[in-house]
Write a protein that binds this ligand. Structure first.
Ligand code: IMP
Ligand code: MG
Length: 182
């Protein structure tokens, strides 16, 4: 199977991604001086972003992971559920949720609400991508990588039915790949 032939166009290149993690890492380093933030990675989509971003945060950070699911194929099911919860406690901690993409907003609204009940000292959201036109629930991002058009994208951690995560760029998937699956 040839991965690249399923890509319609490159939306964000490897170089642009690498530039952005440097920029966001520097901003977070500045904002969290003297603190030890917990980076909460939303699996699996945000894993590449977390590992690249964290290498540019010059602070003592810890990682924790949570997995939620709402998607099947290219359509949100509208129902968010936790499939893996955090390992550690976040009470009194400075938490930064690291997410791959903000789309309808349902996932981040759900996660934010849930984590707030655990009384962190602060809770912020860092999302690599923002698909503004697809919003159903409003969500405010504290850190954002890129605004993107309302297209289904894959690569750099993002998948279509678990594939394409290992591409080093973000690309729009050809609709022929998922048509008949909707
Ligand atoms: P939301 O709940 O609709 O905001 O969706 C957020 C989640 O849906 C993200 O964490 C992704 O896992 C997934 N998602 C949304 N749009 C895309 C896309 O274009 N490609 C791949 N995954 C996506
Ligand atoms: Mg995700």
């Amino acid at each position: 199977m040839e991965l690249l032939q399923d890509i319609e166009e490159i939306i964000i290149s490897d170089e642009q991604l690498q530039e952005k993690v440097v920029e966001l890492g520097a901003q977070i380093t500045k904002d969290y001086q003297g603190r030890e933030p917990v980076l909460v990675c939303v699996l699996k989509g945000a894993m590449m972003f977390l590992t690249d971003l964290s290498r540019h945060i010059k602070l003592p950070v810890s990682f924790d992971f949570m997995e939620v699911s709402s998607y099947h194929g290219t359509e949100t099911t509208g129902v968010v559920r936790i499939t893996k919860d955090l390992k550690g406690t976040i009470e009194g901690k400075d938490v930064i949720i690291v997410e791959d993409i903000l789309d309808s907003g349902l996932t981040l609204t759900y996660i934010t609400k849930l984590l707030k009940t655990r009384n962190p000292n602060s809770l912020k959201i860092c999302s690599l991508l923002d698909k503004k036109d697809a919003r159903i629930t409003p969500v405010t991002l504290d850190y954002k990588g890129f605004d993107i058009p309302d297209k289904f994208v894959v690569g750099y951690g993002l998948d279509y039915n678990e594939l394409y995560r290992n591409l080093n760029f973000i690309g729009a998937l050809k609709s022929s790949v998922y048509k008949g699956d909707e």
